[in-house]
Design a binder for this molecule. Structure first.
Ligand code: SF4
Length: 285
C-alpha cells in the first residue's frame, strides 16, 4: 500500500505543476497558433503567453494571478489497495502546495450566509482554500494517479449547464453549444478560448464529463465534433485578448456520457481561457 507521506507529496507536486507550467501539447498548440495567426497584436499576445508560461515553469510560480480552485481527479489501479485516509492525504498535499506556490488567498470567511455574501472578507492564508469534490476513475494494474486541475474564475462566469432538446439530431445539440460559446467568447477577455463540454443525463453527470474533458484534453487530438466547434469559434475573429484575429480558440474538448430515452440532453460547457487546462498528474506505484 502506498504510504500517506508519498500521497501528500504527490498532491503537493500536482498542485504546483498544474499552476505553473504548460504541458508539451499545450505549448505546441500555441506554436501552431502563432503560425496561423495573422493579426500582429494577437500574435504578440500569443508570444507573451508562451514567455509567461516558460518563466512560470522555471520559477515554479503561478501562470496567472487567479490561481484558481483545485479540482482533483483520482485514478486508482484495479489491483491497488489504498489507505482509507487517501482523501485527507490529498487535501493535505493541496494545502501544502497552495502555501508554497503561493496561491491567491481566496477562501471566504464565515457561515453559509456570510460566505455567500462575502460579508466577512477572506483569509490571508492561501492554504485555507478547499478543493472541489474528487472525481474518481479507475485504471488497469497497480498504483494511483493524482491529477490536479486549477479552475480560474473567468471561465466559470462564461460557462453554462442547461438542458438542450436534441429534436432527433445530435447536431442540434452541438449547434446549441456553439451558440453558447459564441455568445460568451467575446466577453471572456483572456482569449484564445478552450471550451470544455460534457453531455450527460443529469446536471451532475454533464459537469463531471466536462471535468473529464479537461482531464483528458490533449491538443494533439481533436475529434470531428471538436474541430467543428473550433472552426466555428474562429469565425468570430475575437483573437487573443479580444484584439482580433483568426485564432479565437486553441482547441475544444467534448465528452459524451451514456444518454437516456428522453427528448432532452443536459449540457455543461465551461468556456476555458488561454491557460486552460491547468493540469498536472503524478503517478505513484
Ligand atoms: S480568465 Fe484565465 S487567464 Fe484570465 S485571469 Fe482568469 S484564470 Fe487567468
Amino acid at each position: 500500500m502506498i504510504i500517506g507521506e508519498r500521497i501528500i507529496q504527490a498532491a503537493k507536486e500536482a498542485v504546483i505543476g498544474a499552476s505553473s507550467r504548460f504541458r508539451e501539447d499545450q505549448l505546441q498548440a500555441y506554436y501552431k497558433a502563432l503560425e496561423i495567426e495573422e493579426d500582429e497584436k494577437s500574435k504578440w499576445v500569443l508570444k507573451q503567453n508562451i514567455e509567461n508560461a516558460l518563466l512560470a515553469s522555471l520559477n515554479h510560480s503561478p501562470i496567472c494571478d487567479d490561481t484558481g480552485i483545485p479540482h482533483i481527479v483520482l485514478s486508482i489501479g484495479n489491483d491497488e489497495v489504498v489507505p482509507g485516509k487517501i482523501q485527507s492525504y490529498i487535501q493535505q498535499g493541496i494545502k501544502e502546495g497552495l502555501a508554497e506556490l503561493p496561491g491567491r488567498p481566496m477562501a471566504v470567511i464565515g457561515n453559509e450566509m456570510e460566505r455567500l455574501g462575502q460579508t466577512l472578507g477572506m483569509y490571508d492564508d492561501p492554504s485555507k482554500l478547499e478543493a472541489a469534490p474528487v472525481l474518481l476513475m479507475e485504471h488497469q494494474g497497480k498504483g494511483i494517479k493524482i491529477t490536479v486541475l486549477m479552475l480560474g474564475g473567468g471561465p466559470e462566469i462564461r460557462g453554462k449547464t442547461y438542458r438542450v432538446f436534441h429534436k432527433h439530431d445530435g447536431q442540434n445539440v452541438i449547434n446549441e453549444v456553439i451558440g453558447w460559446i459564441k455568445e460568451g467568447v467575446s466577453k471572456l477577455g483572456c482569449t484564445p478560448a478552450v471550451p470544455f463540454v460534457g453531455i450527460g443525463r443529469t446536471h451532475f453527470e454533464a459537469s463531471s464529463y466536462m471535468l473529464r474533458a479537461m482531464y483528458e484534453a490533449n491538443f494533439n487530438h481533436q475529434t470531428d465534433i471538436e474541430q467543428q466547434i473550433v472552426t466555428e469559434i474562429n469565425k468570430e475573429n475575437v483573437g487573443s485578448l479580444g484584439l482580433g484575429g483568426n485564432i479565437t480558440s486553441l482547441g475544444a474538448f467534448v465528452r459524451i456520457a451514456p444518454q437516456r430515452a428522453s427528448g432532452v440532453r443536459i449540457v455543461s460547457m465551461r468556456l476555458g481561457c488561454s491557460i486552460d487546462p491547468r493540469r498536472h498528474s503524478v503517478c505513484l506505484e
